[in-house]
Structures are given as structure tokens and as C-alpha cells.
Design a protein around this ligand. Structure first.
Ligand SMILES: [Zn+2]
Length: 152
């Protein structure tokens, strides 16, 4: 599932010419997804393809929220209110995972990482390059360490 998802994002991004930092707004426009900002918790309205972002967040938090809500649109349509808790937790995990792939796909990370590079020296550089928080990036790199030949 993970490798397939990475590969799908790579193919998709290559097709539309996406480079780092990933321009999520332009991808949303391609997906015909409309973005609104309001001082409310973020939400994806799947069927109407509207994402509402919390206007109180800073730009990096807002980007991560956008990626997360895009993942919900890509993965899950329909509301969550009638679903059971375990299923919702599973969807949240999937959206977090895909959201981070959308922000920092492995094929673009690979271009920046050499054999034996240390996660600690690369973290600030990659966080800036991909416009993602250090904590989210660290979470992502921990998952990918083996595939990226990263020293932890
Ligand atoms: Zn969510």
C-alpha cells in the first residue's frame, strides 16, 4: 500500500511537473478543489470538493492542513459523522500518511539525500526546501529511513 501510494504520487507529480516545494494550491486547482479560509477547524467537504482551512494557522501549519484535507478528498468521500470511531481513526491515519507524501514525496526527497546523510543535518534544509514543519518531516523521514539510506 505504502509503496504503491508513493509510486502513484510520483507518476502524478511527474505528469504535472511538480517540484519542491510542492505547490498544493495549484494541484487543488487541477483537481477542481476550491479552498476557503475561515477561523474554524479545517475540513474537507468531499462531494462539493471544498476544503476549508483554519485561517488562524501559520503558513506551514496551513500547508500541512491543506495536504491532510487533500488526502481526505483523494481517499475518502462522504462524511465521517455516521462512521464508527475505529474507521475514523483509520481514515485519519491514512490522511496523515498521504498528506505527508503529498508534501514530501520520496522521489523528490531522494534528489536531496546522499548515501549516509544524517537526518539531523538534513532536517532544517529539507524542512525549508519542502516547506514542512521539522516535526512532520522527521516523522516522514523515520518511515522512509531504510528506503532513503539515511543515517538516523
Ligand atoms: Zn483528517
Amino acid at each position: 500500500m505504502q509503496i504503491q501510494t508513493e509510486k502513484s504520487v510520483e507518476d502524478w507529480y511527474n505528469r504535472i511537473g511538480v517540484r519542491a516545494p510542492v505547490n498544493l494550491e495549484s494541484i487543488c486547482a487541477d483537481m477542481n478543489v476550491i479552498i476557503h479560509r475561515a477561523p474554524v477547524p479545517g475540513v474537507a467537504l468531499c462531494e462539493s470538493k471544498i476544503i476549508v482551512l483554519d485561517s488562524r494557522l501559520n503558513s506551514i501549519q496551513s500547508r500541512e492542513q491543506l495536504a491532510h484535507e487533500m488526502a481526505h478528498i483523494l481517499l475518502h468521500c462522504g462524511g465521517q459523522w455516521y462512521q464508527n470511531r475505529i474507521y475514523i481513526q483509520q481514515q485519519e491515519w491514512q490522511a496523515r500518511n498521504l498528506g505527508l507524501i503529498l508534501l514530501a514525496p520520496i522521489h523528490l526527497l531522494r534528489e536531496e539525500i546522499g548515501p549516509g546523510d544524517s537526518i539531523y543535518t538534513l532536517l532544517p534544509f529539507l524542512a525549508e526546501k519542502f516547506q514542512i514543519s521539522a516535526s512532520s518531516l522527521k516523522f516522514r523521514l523515520n518511515i522512509l529511513a531504510g528506503a532513503l539510506t539515511l543515517a538516523m
